[in-house]
Design a protein around this ligand. Structure first.
Ligand SMILES: *Cc1c(COP(=O)(O)O)cnc(C)c1O
Length: 364
């Protein structure tokens, strides 16, 4: 008899999320120093964390014996103020991934449906599965979310529609017109979730905040993991009208975001220098890869984020062979893209090294 028979079937059915391969693990396996490894696999900030955040976190460490502010007073105020909203619109999460889980906790059950695009961020599917809900996958021609088709897929059982904008792993973005048309069609039993983990990278992202101000059934997800460089701290947030934010607050653990992360996030939010530098380095790296791929006639998906999807053929082999040379990229077979790899934009030094190894591996 296996214990699994007594477990929740939805948990047993889960296929675990496969994260980017860690630097230390790769260094151990190759017998190299961690400093010799280039990891461009998880869309992390190549400039590191906001220095202002690091200072704030070092200071906060002295109070590690005190439980964090479970209400997240300072961070929620800081986020709200940066958006021209009030604190009751902001829900903090242990990474914005936790807000995805809170939404599912709050709205999904065995009769409910979640709608997402075919090449959307995988965590939506994992969470839908965990809650026993039906996951509806809508085709995304040209790797761009087809919001009209997603609206047409809504049924009386639909509760959540996830729109990752820009999307990971494709880097594509839907524009204002498509979003407005989608919101015009949204029935009142459905919540539109705009996952904006890469919101800070495009120059003119569409305005979804207006739907929050209007009190619509919408939730925006943002994170400190990407542009602010605090991925290790696990802190993100949801922005929603108070009637929705209040429900999500009920579903979370009392101290879901630790005090160090809260202190770091408050400081990072105000670090406009670090944000501007990160955008600059990203734009430079993006231009470098676009030119390089064009010269090599490698197909790629033009990206609005801090990573690129490039068609190399046999992505699993490319990943493995580049790994042997200490460069960690992301294979895309788990995203139904076996011929593609995803490369995060690094520093120019990292970009050059990555391209060199990619060239070598493609030639072998
Ligand atoms: C990275 C990412 C997130 C969230 O990451 P957290 O570290 O949990 O905040 C959410 N959505 C997308 C699409 C992402 O790429």
């Amino acid at each position: 008899m296996s214990l699994a028979q007594y477990a929740n079937r939805f948990v047993c059915d889960l296929v675990a999320y496969e994260p980017g391969k860690p630097i230390d693990e790769t260094a151990r396996e190759l017998g190299l120093e961690p400093s010799q490894i280039v990891k461009v696999a998880s869309n992390e900030n190549p400039l590191g964390p906001s220095p202002l955040a690091v200072t704030a976190m070092q200071k906060a460490l002295a109070d590690s014996h005190i439980y964090p502010d479970g209400g997240g007073y300072q961070l929620r105020n800081a986020v709200a103020e940066s958006l021209g909203l009030t604190r009751d619109h902001v829900v903090l999460g242990n990474g914005s991934n936790e807000i995805i889980e809170l939404l599912c906790h709050t709205f999904l059950n065995r009769d409910a449906e979640l709608i997402a695009a075919k090449h959307a961020f995988v965590v939506y599917k994992l969470m839908a599965t965990l809650f026993g809900a039906k996951y509806i996958e809508v085709p995304d021609p040209g790797f761009i979310h087809d919001l009209d088709a997603m609206a047409a897929a809504i049924t009386p059982d639909t509760r959540l529609v996830f729109i990752a904008n820009p999307n990971n792993p494709t880097g594509t973005m839907v524009g204002q017109e498509a979003i407005d048309r989608f919101m015009d069609q949204l029935p009142e039993h459905v919540i539109a979730v705009f996952d904006e983990a890469y919101f800070e990278f495009p120059d003119s992202p569409p305005d979804t905040l207006k739907y929050i101000r209007e009190g619509r059934n919408a939730c925006i997800l943002r994170t400190f993991s990407k542009i602010h460089g605090l991925a290790a701290l696990r802190v993100g947030y949801g922005i929603a009208p108070p009637h929705l934010a209040g429900l999500l607050q009920k579903a979370r653990q009392p101290f879901n975001v630790n005090a160090i992360a809260q202190a770091g996030a408050v400081a990072a939010l105000a670090d406009h220098t670090h944000i501007a530098q990160t955008k600059k380095v990203n734009a430079e790296g993006m231009a470098f890869y676009e030119k390089a791929f064009a010269e090599r006639s490698l197909e790629f998906v033009p990206s609005h984020a801090n990573f690129l999807l490039v068609k190399t053929g046999d992505g699993d082999r490319i990943f493995r062979d580049m790994l042997k040379h200490g460069v960690i990229v992301r294979a895309m077979s788990s995203y139904k893209l076996p011929d593609w790899i995803r490369i995060s934009i690094g520093t120019m030094q990292q970009n050059r090294r990555c391209l060199e190894e990619l060239d070598a591996v493609l030639a072998s």
